[in-house]
Design a protein around this ligand. Structure first.
Ligand SMILES: O=C(Nc1ccc2c(c1)CNCC2)c1ccc(F)cc1
Length: 334
């Protein structure tokens, strides 16, 4: 394959993942030398999944948060989509849990606080993820979680108080109201999935499981699950508050951020604000202006168009370098 559209912009390396309709390759962004993950999708093989890609791109262009995998650039050609994404080399949280069998409470707490921050942020922006599971949480090189796969997310018209109907996501993580075909609120269904997620982090297996889907649905709709002896009272209480069959009795994201189990030993509520500022970073603008031979005003105006072109990617990757204490410098091309 040539991937000629990336020539000069990114140096492509090995394939690091290949899912259903996408291949993910490691690449180096040529102007900063920073590593990125490029998700490559062939339009023909996408078939009816094409709308999912458009949904994901639109959502990720609107989301900018330390626990959401950053979209840097989108390249669309006649027969392909390329999504240039934040590099998450430690792989999926799913594999991390499997490798450790289950997590100690304090480690699970750190991860779960990051998940609550990410979900609180997207709900605040009017999005429901609808496919929350450990496979969709990646670890970056500092073991921070990054939420991915917004292909099934929903931004209900008129706000999160408006109901949704589409039954989607992974059965074992799906809320009872969602699998019963009733209308549901995206935020409440996400909270249920987070309850399943927390149970999986602490126990290393799922509260409702059955390879026969109708049997699995019966178990979910019964709302009955076992809790192993090693769970603390507080963690059992939190899981129970999230796995309430009646979505109106379920804990809300606003109540979650100050829940005792999440606050214990950390004594700070979960902060879901993005660490990214609205205002563009002056050092990055200066370096870009010098490189492109433009005034700072022009450069700032160009960047703030947020076209998710190579300039958007270069700006965000320069900002990443600054946040990691590396020099805010572009590689001078010969
Ligand atoms: O960076 C990603 N995956 C990645 C990167 C490096 C390595 C892996 C995955 C797996 N282990 C080897 C190193 C990645 C990032 C975003 C995404 F949507 C999908 C995958």
């Amino acid at each position: 394959m040539s991937y000629s559209e990336l020539k000069g912009l990114y140096h492509l390396r090995e394939t690091i993942g290949s899912g259903g309709f996408a291949k993910v390759k490691l690449a180096y962004h040529s102007l900063t030398g920073e590593k990125v993950a490029i998700k490559i999708m062939d339009k023909r093989s996408l078939g009816e999944d094409l709308p999912r890609v458009k949904t994901e791109i639109a959502a990720m262009q609107d989301l900018c948060h330390q626990h959401i995998c950053k979209l840097y650039q989108v390249i669309e050609t006649a027969d392909r989509f390329y999504m240039v994404l934040e590099y998450c080399p430690e792989g999926e949280l799913f594999d991390y849990i499997v490798a450790k069998d289950k997590l100690e409470e304090e480690e699970a707490k750190i991860f779960f606080r990051q998940i609550v921050a990410a979900v609180g942020y997207i709900h605040n922006k009017g999005y429901a993820h609808r496919d929350l599971k450990p496979e969709n949480l990646l670890l970056d090189e500092d073991q921070n979680l990054k939420l991915i796969d917004f292909g099934l997310c929903a931004k209900p018209r008129g706000g999160m108080e408006n109901v949704l109907y589409t039954c989607c996501g992974s059965p074992a993580y799906a809320a009872p109201e969602l699998i019963s075909g009733r209308e549901y609120l995206g935020a409440e269904a996400d909270i249920w999935s987070m309850g399943i997620l927390l149970y999986a982090l602490l126990c290393g297996y799922l509260p409702f499981d059955d390879e026969n889907i109708p049997q699995l649905y019966k178990k979910i709709q019964s709302g009955k699950y076992e809790t192993p002896w090693w769970l603390s009272q507080d963690s059992k209480e939190l899981i129970s508050a999230m796995l309430q069959l009646d979505p109106k009795r379920r804990v809300t994201i606003n109540q979650l951020v100050t829940h005792p189990w999440l606050m214990e030993a950390i004594d700070m509520p979960v902060e879901w604000n993005s660490k990214y500022k609205r205002k563009v970073d002056d050092d990055c603008i200066t370096e870009l202006a010098v490189h492109y031979g433009k005034s700072r005003q022009e450069m700032e105006a160009d960047v703030q168009e947020w076209k998710f072109d190579y300039l958007t990617a270069t700006y965000f990757l320069l900002l990443e370098k600054k946040m990691k204490g590396r020099p805010v410098r572009l590689i001078q091309q010969q």
